[in-house]
Design a protein around this ligand. Structure first.
Ligand SMILES: [Zn+2]
Length: 342
């Protein structure tokens, strides 16, 4: 990017109410068959237009074609039985009924490549595409086959690498892996989590990102956050190894969170997508509040490596709130750009 402080979002944006029930995760589709395919494409166009109207620099599909950032990818794989469900604790936080791994996992065909090609046709702006990371994928399943979290993560990393290479060929500029699990399982992150992530990006020439957050603004997450105390130092665990990794960009939750900003010093040299929009609150930030978070981050991130972003996806928010937050992000970034050029 030649523009200083290019803005983007963590990934998901609200879906139109004619496509899926709004303000809800795992919301069922309201259309089916051909109408659903056309509806998803129309929603993607709308989402792209919302981003263009708000002057977002690096755009995404708003995840309009997926029901959930992890399960939709897994649905397309062999070896996972969606009928045979088990209750597991996701990220050590809340119980969820999840599918079971019953045999070797593999990808039948590309999952998102058609959608990415479609997005590429619609815009000349740089595009970012999100995939779930290996560790977050295994955390959203019950494994009755490998019986080894690490082995399953390596298998998923190989599959993700195949998908990522096709997304790159389709013209995606930044491939992002969502790894909220990196904020929970610190020993595994350092033992094999970052290594499996590097396996997933092997051989890619486009830029790569990892998104690590404290989750969507749903109750299970906000309750969990209340238990974390006044200073959130979780990032400290993964940052030293991430700084040494081949990942280009690290996407973080920084606004309204209790993450001490000086932790960013530990990843100095990396590009950082600084979350300057709180997705767990319906109140729309003022541009000055966004600018304030970016200013604090600039103490630890070089200006040419700072990418203003949202804390996490905005799928569960209303479209009006999400629109307001996109505009605030742009306006806040503009304030800092002006200060830097003065
Ligand atoms: Zn997130």
């Amino acid at each position: 990017m030649t523009k200083l402080l290019p803005t983007s979002t963590a990934g998901s944006l609200p879906k139109p109410s004619w496509l899926a029930e709004p303000e809800k995760l795992w919301s069922p589709w309201k259309l089916e068959g051909e109408a659903l395919i056309a509806g998803k494409q129309d929603a993607l166009r709308v989402s792209l237009q919302e981003q263009a109207n708000a002057d977002i620099d690096i755009v995404s599909d708003g995840e309009q074609t997926r029901q959930h950032f992890v399960t939709t990818f897994i649905e397309h794989l062999n070896g996972v039985d969606f009928e045979n469900r088990k209750t597991v604790k996701i990220r050590d936080r809340y119980d969820a009924s999840v599918p079971t791994v019953v045999g070797p996992v593999s990808r039948q065909k590309s999952v998102f490549v058609e959608d990415a090609r479609f997005l590429r046709q619609q815009t000349d702006k740089p595009i970012k595409w999100a995939l779930p990371g290996p560790m977050t994928m295994i955390d959203t399943l019950y494994d009755d086959h490998y019986k080894s979290r690490e082995q399953l993560a390596w298998e998923f990393a190989k599959i993700l690498n195949e998908e990522a290479k096709e997304l790159e060929a389709a013209g995606v500029d930044i491939i992002q892996f969502d790894e909220p699990a990196f904020n929970v399982f610190f020993d595994d992150v350092n033992a094999w989590g970052i290594a499996t992530l590097e396996r997933a990006i092997e051989g890619l020439k486009c830029e790569t990102a990892v998104h690590i957050c404290y989750g969507y603004g749903i109750k299970a997450n906000t309750d969990w956050k209340k238990t974390l105390g006044s200073e959130w130092r979780q990032y400290e665990e993964a940052f030293p190894k991430l700084q040494q990794s081949k990942i280009d960009i690290i996407s973080l939750e920084c606004h309204n969170s209790h993450v001490p900003m000086d932790l960013l010093e530990l990843i100095r040299g990396k590009k950082v997508m600084v979350g300057a929009i709180d997705v767990a609150d319906n109140r729309i930030e003022t541009p000055e509040e966004v600018a304030d978070t970016l200013r604090k981050a600039l103490q630890f991130v070089d200006a040419d490596k700072l990418y203003p972003c949202t804390n996490c996806g905005m799928a569960p928010l209303s479209r009006e709130v999400a629109r307001g937050k996109l505009n605030a992000l742009s306006a806040g970034a503009a304030i800092i750009r002006k200060e830097l050029s003065a």
